[in-house]
Design a binder for this molecule. Structure first.
Ligand code: FAD
Length: 326
């Protein structure tokens, strides 16, 4: 059996190419649910298996901040990922409109902030962005405009850089609505069903979307630990995603519906999924508080730790097997 890798995340989903009629997805986090949903909409019979429950609480997608911020992340990301992020910004509103329930989605953009002593970080960001994302639309915002755009910052910053159009999605609501969409489309959903790679039922196409669950079968896969905090702060009326440009703590604050905020995230080369460290909590909360002192009265809802399933080049990949059965 040949094993190949292609860099474009595309799947041959046309029914005519299937030796059997069913497409089987193992792992129903973000990718598994999305693929199962899109495949079912092309008329394929689809079965989905996930070790965790219907809510998806054991997936990286459950922990995530749900940002689609290709330009804000361009300084650290591969240009191909930036380009995919741009395409996603067009795709998400269309896909969300096809889901059975509304999912919170906001594309008010990202405001980049820095403390006075870190002005060099802002210059560095601009320089790198011009090199890595030539089509980025970066707007210089002065103090007066910033106060208009984001009163919650309480005139603490003299200037900002703004990336309009960047978006965020309520990832947990998305997982829930996707589960509903799958059930409505007749996808056989087997929640709380662990699948070992060598015990997959035969099917026309078998897609392994187990994220970190595929670790034993994919030696290059590693986990990148991410710690994230969820806050309840109805008194902080934030309109935009905020990112702090800082030489060490590049924290973001993402406003969700009903006064909820997501503050994230650490990025640590480690497979350790133990609870959040004191250092992680201090770094995230101190950095967020340095942007928005009003957060002092926010309530901590949750400290979450998860692993980002990551390949050596930090890019997404699609592996496929050629053979009689998959
Ligand atoms: C703290 C944090 C913040 C993040 N923020 C963002 C962000 O703002 N924007 C962004 O784009 N990305 C973000 N990410 C990354 C994003 O969450 C992941 O890239 C994405 O969720 C990966 O999707 P996936 O479907 O491959 O894996 P997952 O979402 O992890 O899904 C894998 C699924 O496989 C199931 N599974 C595992 N083993 C088995 C088995 N043996 N049998 C059956 N089922 C199994 C699991 O239960 C799980 O549901 C963040 C990640 C973290 C940890």
């Amino acid at each position: 059996m040949d094993k190949k890798q292609v860099s474009r995340p595309e799947l041959p989903l046309h029914p005519a190419t299937l030796p059997f009629r069913t497409t089987l997805l193992s792992g129903g986090g973000l990718l598994g649910r999305l693929l199962a949903w899109r495949a079912s909409r092309t008329g394929l019979l689809v079965a989905l298996y996930d070790a965790a429950s219907r809510s998806g609480e054991d997936s990286a997608a459950w922990a995530a901040a749900g940002m689609i911020t290709p330009s804000a992340e361009a300084v650290d990301a591969d240009p191909e990922i930036v380009a995919m992020g741009r395409r996603s910004l067009n795709l998400w509103p269309r896909w969300l409109a096809e889901l059975p329930e509304p999912v919170f989605y906001r594309d008010d953009g990202t405001l980049l902030l820095w403390h006075r002593e870190d002005a060099g970080e802002a210059r560095r960001f601009e320089r790198l962005l011009a090199r890595r994302d030539a089509s980025a639309h970066l707007v210089h915002v002065d103090a007066a405009r910033l106060t208009q755009m984001e009163p919650a910052l309480d005139s603490r910053f003299q200037q900002s850089l703004y990336l309009p159009g960047e978006a965020q999605i309520d990832n947990r609501a998305l997982l829930k609505t996707l589960a509903l969409a799958l059930e409505e489309a007749g996808v056989q959903c087997h929640w709380q069903t662990f699948v070992a790679a060598d015990a997959l039922p035969a099917a026309g196409i078998v897609v392994d979307c187990r994220g970190m669950g595929a670790r034993q079968d994919l030696s290059q896969l590693r986990g990148v630990r991410g710690e994230i905090v969820r806050l309840d702060a109805p008194h902080v009326e934030l309109r935009h995603m905020l990112r702090l440009l800082h030489p060490r703590f590049s924290v973001y604050v993402v406003p969700r519906a009903e006064g909820k905020l997501v503050v994230g995230a650490t990025s640590i080369e480690s497979d350790d999924r133990s609870p959040m460290s004191v250092r992680g909590a201090l770094e995230l909360l101190t950095s967020a508080y340095s942007i928005l002192p009003a957060l002092a009265e926010a309530r901590i809802l949750e400290f979450t730790t998860q692993l980002r399933p990551t390949l050596p080049d930090n890019r997404p990949a699609f592996f496929y097997h050629l053979g009689k059965t998959c």
